[in-house]
Structure formats: C-alpha cells, structure tokens
Design a protein around this ligand. Structure first.
Ligand SMILES: O=C(O)CCC(=O)C(=O)O
Ligand SMILES: [Fe+2]
Length: 337
C-alpha cells in the first residue's frame, strides 16, 4: 500500500455515497476494566482500524466543559479582525503553530482548502536544542494579545485533555498489536503533536471553487477530532465509496494516520477523508494530530507481523515535514522564511 498517494484528486460528484457507518469503540472498559476487558477494547479498536481506519470513541473521558471552552476559544479567535489573527503567525519558518491563513493547504492538482486555523503545539522550553537548531515544528507557541482573556488556558486545557485521551488510545492500539502498551507513548515524550482550531467559512459547494478539505490522509500516528454540529466530514470506506461521518454529541472521532500505517506494516488503514461544508454556515472543528518525537524512527520491524516488510524505516519528523513541504504553500522550498 502506498500511503503517499494521498494527493490524488477525486471529483467529489463522481464517487457514489454509501450508507455505511463508522464503528464505535467504548474506551471506558479500557480505562477502568480488568485485563480481559482491556483486551476486548483493544481488539475492537484494532478491527475498526483495519477495516475503516476511523471510529467513534465514546466514554473518552474528556470533560464536555473543556471541549466547549475550546470551541468558544475558536469562535472568539476567528471573530478577531484579520490583522490580529495574522499577528499570531509563527515568526519561524516551517512551524505548525499560531495562525495558519486561508488557502495554505494546497494539494497537487486542485484548489486550495477553504479553511484557516489556529494551531498549538507541544510547549517547549526556550532553550530546547531542536528549537535552537531551527528544526521544523520546534518553536514556541504564539498567542493572541491580552484582549483575548482566557484564550490561552482554554486552548491549553483542551490540548492536554486530548493528549491524555490520545495516549490511552495509543495504549489500546499497542496492546492489540501485542506490543508493550507504552510502545507508542514511549516515542511521544517530546511529541510534535499539534491541535488545530479550524475554521471553515461558509462555502459555495462547487468543487471548482475548492472545498473545506480536499481528500487527504493524516500524516501522524492518530488524529482525535472534535466537530461542531454542522457535519460535512466524509470518509473513503473502500476504494470507491464515501460515507458520511456525522458529528455525535456523545463521541469524538479517531482516525489512523500514515505513520501508524507504516509502523503497523499496513495493518491499520490511514483512510482518505474530506470536508465539504454544505450548510451555508461557518464550521469549526478541532483535530489533534498525534505525532511521535521528531527523531523517532518508525520501522515496521519493531512490531511483530507476518510476511514481508512493506515500508522502509523513516524518521517521523522528516517524513511529516516532507509531506508538509509538498502540501502547504507556507512550507514550500520557495516560501519566504
Ligand atoms: O474538520 C474536519 O472534520 C476534519 C479535518 C481534517 O481532516 C484535517 O484537518 O486533517
Ligand atoms: Fe484530516
């Protein structure tokens, strides 16, 4: 399987919709159950990752107030005048922190995504060696000025709630793969994980004018996704069918990313997905992309599997950065530093 083929454009109208539904996984028995209950959750999660690469996670343990505060922060940020949003851009090149302007994500062969975001990454110390070396993804977070009372604590609280939840999901996945439950988490000590407050303005649904997010796969280990109630996310269920992934108040969405597909030798599926915001309203979503440490080596030989190794080892951060250089205007070699 070649997960690098994610930029393939598919005309949205040309692919039939299916009435299929994403599976659901209940995290509660994994958090509070005995060893057999934990194994059952792990198996259910692995099956969802093998078939769809996407699932609804219920009883995820994140407080609804923390999630609601994150959406409130997003609304307030995107209500700011553009010059104040622009003031929150990272001053360093090749970062995924701060304000990311409209139309920055532009996959080959089609219109740029109709979205903008505010991104928070793992907080680093100012004397972090990778930061001082100017490494991609390694910089300080940027924040709006003092007028945005409460914004930073709202965003930070959600970032860490999602980080903790994602670590439990990664533990369940490791258990299902027969590895030490902390196999993935142990590679996420200084993760390049980032959380995005994404704003999709009301859009015209003509694909020629661009859609919220063109068909893509996520690049990391897993993504945790919080949606408002607009809907619009669709997942490629097999080679030819999109299914709707409507938001659920009782669940978050989890999906597998390209690095996880590589580490599991293709067993867990990093599925194509896209966003078409047809409501005529603005739409908000909050994905958190879980990534290992920049220098982590992702090698399918680390995990037991049958048969041939399908993927070369890669350095996680280099793999993801090369995808960003391909897909993001601000990351291209010719972008201003
Ligand atoms: O907004 C959504 O529902 C999905 C966003 C997404 O797929 C992404 O940002 O990678
Ligand atoms: Fe995505």
């Amino acid at each position: 399987m070649n997960t690098a083929s994610t930029t393939t454009e598919t005309h949205p109208a040309s692919i039939p919709m299916s009435s299929g539904r994403l599976p659901e996984v209940d995290l509660h028995p994994f958090l509070f159950g005995d060893a057999a209950a934990r194994q059952r959750v792990a198996r259910a999660m692995a099956e969802a990752c093998e078939t769809y690469g996407f699932f609804y996670l219920v009883h995820h343990g994140m407080a609804s107030e923390v999630i609601a505060a994150g959406f409130d922060a997003a609304q307030r940020f995107f209500d700011l005048p553009l010059e104040q949003r622009l003031a929150c851009r990272s001053t360093q090149p090749r970062q995924n922190r701060g304000y990311q302007p409209m139309f920055d994500t532009a996959l080959a062969g089609g219109k740029a995504d109709v979205k903008e975001s505010f991104d928070m990454g793992y907080p680093l110390q100012p004397d972090d060696a990778d930061l001082l070396a100017g490494m991609p993804f390694h910089s300080l977070n940027t924040w709006p000025d003092a007028g945005m009372i409460g914004f930073r604590p709202q965003v930070e609280a959600l970032y860490f709630a999602m980080l903790a939840c994602g670590h439990q999901v990664l533990r369940a996945m490791a258990l299902a793969l027969g590895a030490d439950p902390n196999f993935f988490v142990g590679h996420c000590v200084k993760p390049t994980t980032n959380m995005r407050l994404v704003h999709y303005p009301p859009q015209c649904i003509s694909p020629e004018e661009g859609i919220g997010a063109r068909p893509h796969t996520d690049k990391g280990l897993i993504t945790l996704l919080l949606n408002d109630d607009n809907g619009g996310l669709q997942v490629m269920a097999d080679e030819e069918r999109w299914i709707d992934a409507p938001p659920r108040a009782d669940a978050i969405i989890v999906n597998v990313g390209d690095l996880m597909t590589r580490w599991t030798n293709g067993r867990f599926r990093s599925a194509l997905h896209r966003v078409i915001n047809t409501t005529g309203r603005q739409r908000f979503s909050i994905p958190q992309f879980h990534h290992p440490n920049f220098h982590a080596v992702v090698d399918p030989a680390h995990l037991a599997h049958d048969g041939a190794v399908n993927f070369e080892p890669v350095v996680a951060g280099e793999f993801v950065a090369s995808g960003f250089r391909r897909d993001r205007k601000s990351w291209a070699a010719t972008a201003p530093a």
